[in-house]
Design a protein around this ligand. Structure first.
Ligand code: ASP
Length: 440
């Protein structure tokens, strides 16, 4: 039989109604054997995620604001006991909640506090589904430097999973070598799902959320963009890096190497096929030459002009060494014969502008040197572009027909990604123009 690992995000487990939907999804397919839950998320727009309330509790104890701590903790308690009673479950969680409260008051640490939302939600979900409960404290391990201990985790978790026909494994946390709880970065339950999928030797990692997959463009910019049906890991990396977010970036690594596909699904619309994330995808049809468009504002170009730059061996190295010395990482490096631009996130320049310019002047002796802020970068990504003629022409024509000036162009050697730099105020218009060109 196939094995599927299913991860449910916070909105998919925000209240009892959502728990029921989750249970229906899990029970409708017997191969959905291992379930990874997040902590309860928002039920409505101004609601607070349980993880955020737990962080607040941690800070309130540190500030010795015990009265506010108690009222915040009461709200967390009510969220969980509310879910249990609405589900009609005969399950007494008060001992666990008392223990966590005591531990927080005894300064058990930030990560411990943050992780308890997943822990309690996991206990409730395991009870509701009739599944075993595996505490990642005993199966997901970090190294002393805070990075995942992949080898040990995979070994111990695989052995543990083999003991269970069906189990719930809370997301987001594991243990340090000394046994204390450590969390992944925010949104890290996606990573746990991926780790469990690897350890289970799963055929598929289903990641259930509140959207029907990756959109081909940001729905805040483009009206009703289409959902991407298949995307490769590499394309996904490019789009996520440029701001498209549905899945935690680090979640792709464990499954990618093992060739396990990820399927992004919508808990509210379980019949939607969602987006498949795969290692290799078949060639796309003409209509889908572009897989997706993503972009971000907030970039700056450091423009350097120097006569005979191209003839001077080592010029680029001198320039980049200055950036390295100031610990500024660069995004792109478009260059001409006697010019080069270093594109960086504007935030990276904070407090370093003058010193950076002085050092560049000193080290590279340019004829002209300037910083230009207010750039937006747009990534047009699509494996269908590789070896397909005319795609770049269509991108540029669409942008120029929209009366937008392109400030920078970059295409990686892999040929499935064209990066455009435009003025920030042209950003949305350019994304819409490119999307419209390929949405035919
Ligand atoms: N609950 C954690 C967070 O809000 C982890 C997760 O949901 O993935 O970041």
């Amino acid at each position: 039989m196939q094995v599927k690992v299913v991860k449910f995000g916070g909105t998919s487990l925000a209240d009892a109604d959502h728990f029921r939907m989750v249970a229906d999804i899990v029970r409708s397919d017997p191969s959905r054997r291992f379930v990874v839950p997040s902590a309860p998320g928002k039920r409505f727009r101004d609601d607070i995620k349980v993880t955020d309330m737990l962080f607040d509790c941690y800070h309130l104890v540190r500030e010795r604001a015990y009265g506010e701590f108690e009222s915040m903790y009461r709200r967390i308690r009510e969220r969980f006991t509310g879910i249990i009673s609405d589900l009609g479950l005969d399950f007494d969680i008060s001992g666990e909640l008392d223990y966590i409260r005591q531990s927080m008051l005894h300064r058990s640490g930030r990560d411990y506090a943050a992780s308890r939302g997943e822990y309690i939600n996991g206990l409730i979900l395991a009870k509701f589904l009739g599944f075993d409960f595996i505490d990642p404290e005993n199966a997901v391990f970090f190294q002393e430097n805070g990075l995942l201990d992949s080898e040990r985790t995979n070994r111990v978790l695989s052995a543990e999973l083999r003991k269970h026909e069906r189990a719930v494994i809370p997301g987001f946390y594991g243990a340090m070598p000394n046994g204390t709880v450590k969390t992944f970065p925010r949104g890290g339950s996606d990573v746990t799902g991926s780790i469990v999928a690897l350890a289970a030797g799963a055929d598929l990692y289903e990641n259930w959320t509140d959207v029907s997959g990756f959109m081909a463009a940001d729905p805040r910019i483009v009206d009703d963009p289409s959902v991407i049906d298949t995307i490769t890991y590499t394309e996904l990396r490019e789009l996520s890096y440029m701001g498209a977010s549905v899945l935690h970036e680090d979640a792709i690594f464990p499954v990618r190497n093992a060739g396990i596909p990820i399927n992004i699904r919508n808990t509210l619309k379980p019949s939607d096929p969602g987006t498949m994330i795969v290692a290799e995808a078949p060639d796309t049809e003409h209509r889908n030459i572009i897989t997706g468009i993503a972009g971000k504002k907030g970039f700056s170009a450091i423009n350097i002009e120097c006569d005979m730059m191209n003839a001077e061996v080592g010029y680029g190295r001198k320039v980049l060494e200055v950036f390295e010395n100031y610990e500024i990482s660069f995004e792109h490096l478009p260059s001409g014969i006697d010019t080069m631009s270093v594109i960086v996130a504007t935030a990276e320049l904070e407090g370093k502008r003058d010193r950076l310019l002085k050092s560049l002047q000193h080290m590279a002796r340019p004829d002209k040197l300037s910083i230009e802020d207010g750039l937006a970068l747009i990534a047009v990504v699509g494996r269908g572009m590789v070896k397909n003629k005319g795609v770049a022409a269509r991108v540029f024509r669409a942008v120029s027909d929209a009366d937008i000036n392109i400030r920078m162009i970059d295409q990686g050697s892999c040929e499935f990604n064209i990066i455009l730099g435009v003025e920030e105020h042209d950003f949305e218009k350019a994304v819409r123009a490119i999307y419209a060109e390929f949405d035919r």
